[in-house]
Design a binder for this molecule. Sequence first.
Ligand code: 3MF
Ligand code: MG
Ligand code: MG
Length: 347
Amino acid sequence: MTSQADYKFSFGPWNIHEGADPFGPTVRDSVDFAAKIAVYKRLGFDGVQLHDDDAVADLEDKSWDEIQAEAKEMRRLLESEGLEAEFVAPRLWEDPRGIDGGLTANDPEVRRWGVERSKKAVDIAKLMGTDLVVLWLAREGTYIRESKSARVAYDRLVEAINTMLQHDPTIRIAIEPKPNEPMDQAYVPTIGHALALAERTCDPQRVGGLIETAHAQLAGLDPSDEMAFALGNDKLWSVHLNDQNGLKFDQDKSFGSANLRAAFNQVRVLEEARYFDTGRYIGLDVKAMRTQEASRATQHLANSKAVFEALVQKARTFPEQQAQQLIADRDYESLEMLVLSHLMGVA
Ligand code: 3MF
Ligand code: MG
Ligand code: MG
């Protein structure tokens, strides 16, 4: 067996959650932050993905001195567990001001707030020791198309990103695309949109992407192709591996649990690009099922990591020569059976 030491894994504390859904209340007690942090190493994770307010709670009510002190304290807490912050993401979508978007809102006051908050997230990222800021553009879209000008909204996104880039010349921004939810239509639905937008900014080299499996699937796309596209531009700066069973609500299922073959192809594309050599994390964005009792509500993380590692072995032992011959013969029926047999272990 090849060693798995070459991949590093991360997730955000929101992956350990209370199980609320739009139709019912929470079903598990909240786990406090320190207890969540203690789960990481036990399950073999080294990286912590953070919202700005995970790092510094209620940051908008705090002075710069307080923000600095709390971010440093959080960094110490992570370091004391042998962990590091992978990225910080400004959480614009929970604040009432961001109800119709923070960066693309029609109200200039709201946009000013959205940009200021995003600059604070940049500062917090640096204090936490990472140069990566993730923009999940949750409410940057519309419920009804006529409510905003898309043309203007794209300009505003570019402007906001430019302001963040200029605020700190050392940070990188990874846009996490998603086609819908919470909005009916999001402005940045795919990695193609994200990377085209990057080219319009003042420093395209510092704007890349984070691809979430389920977000690509919700857009009707193959996540491995989305990843390949970003990798080809050297712009896949993180991933949110998970899964999705068809076009329904955003499920954040465990990696490989609904589409094992698609999961295999994501791993293959990462292996082909030697992603493990980049020093970047394999991040998860997964939710435990609502039925899961509290004591077992981290199993989805362990399962996703185990499936990833098993698929790395499958990718590394794939009968490449046989596959190449079948490709040369254009014998895709046999190629398909080769893939399925390999995955089923019945080759
Ligand atoms: C969205 C994200 C996160 C969300 C998280 C909330 C960085 O796909 O990855 O933003 O905050 O998923 O549940
Ligand atoms: Mg999701
Ligand atoms: Mg995500």
